[in-house]
Design a protein around this ligand. Structure first.
Ligand SMILES: [Zn+2]
Length: 235
């Protein structure tokens, strides 16, 4: 497949970034919220600074690994089903070339081409790369750019780790007494920034996106700290 370069570079589309964007922003937010909440829960149970940091670092490791495994498994199964679909298509192209050509032409006709032109386009694309044409226009798959599970897993784990580092660093730099507020403030600011960045790249409303993660993250931290306080006082 030839790499297409747009004659209008100023016409910057955003949707092709959405998949990676969503995974990265979700990973960072998840890292911030789950690690800061975990640390605040342990802190509210009157633990000392080293216990709070141990909880944070263990939370980072556990979260990053579970995100990586989850992403690897889900992207692998997506890639497996894409490969299976392409194999079915390849077999059908070999056994029923005429039906497949007619099918492709009818797809183009439904998209608005006149019958003659649709058949001509289908024929030319068949001659050029029939599997690619069917994968792209019938299945919506770019068969030379299938999802890469390892890349997705690494991206997800690093995004989570990046987020988790925020409360951990906040706890490291602040004294024991002050670290609850240090964790909360650093995490909420980081959440607002990542929400706004996500909206900026995705073309969404920045303030709305920032306040959504800000409030959601704040609620998660408050609830976990409360539970930590309840449990800490009773064990
Ligand atoms: Zn087909």
């Amino acid at each position: 497949m030839h790499n297409f370069t747009s004659p209008h570079p100023e016409e910057e589309h955003k949707s092709h970034r959405s998949a990676w964007l969503r995974a990265a922003v979700l990973g960072v937010n998840d890292g911030i919220v789950s690690t800061s909440s975990l640390m605040l829960g342990v802190l509210a149970a009157a633990a000392d600074k080293s216990a709070i940091l141990t909880a944070g670092i263990a939370g980072l490791a556990a979260g990053a690994l579970s995100m990586a495994v989850g992403e690897y498994v889900s992207v692998s199964s997506q890639r497996d089903s894409e490969r299976a679909d392409i194999a079915i298509e390849r077999r059908s192209l070999a056994s029923n070339p005429h039906e497949e050509l007619a099918e492709l032409a009818s797809i183009y006709e439904h998209r608005g081409l006149e019958r003659d032109l649709a058949q001509k386009v289908a024929q030319q694309l068949h001659d050029h790369d029939a599997v690619a044409a069917h994968a792209r226009d019938e299945l919506g798959i770019d068969h030379e750019a299938l999802a890469n599970p390892t890349q997705a897993a690494l991206a997800s784990a690093s995004a989570f780790s990046l987020g988790a580092l925020v409360p951990i660093l906040a706890a490291i730099v602040s004294a024991r007494q002050a670290s609850a507020w240090g964790i909360v403030l650093a995490s909420l600011v980081a959440l607002a920034i990542s929400g706004a960045v996500g909206a900026f790249i995705g073309g969404g409303h920045k303030v709305l996106a920032a306040s959504r993660v800000f409030l959601g993250g704040g609620a998660a931290m408050a609830v976990t700290a409360f539970i930590g306080h309840l449990i800490g006082g009773n064990i």
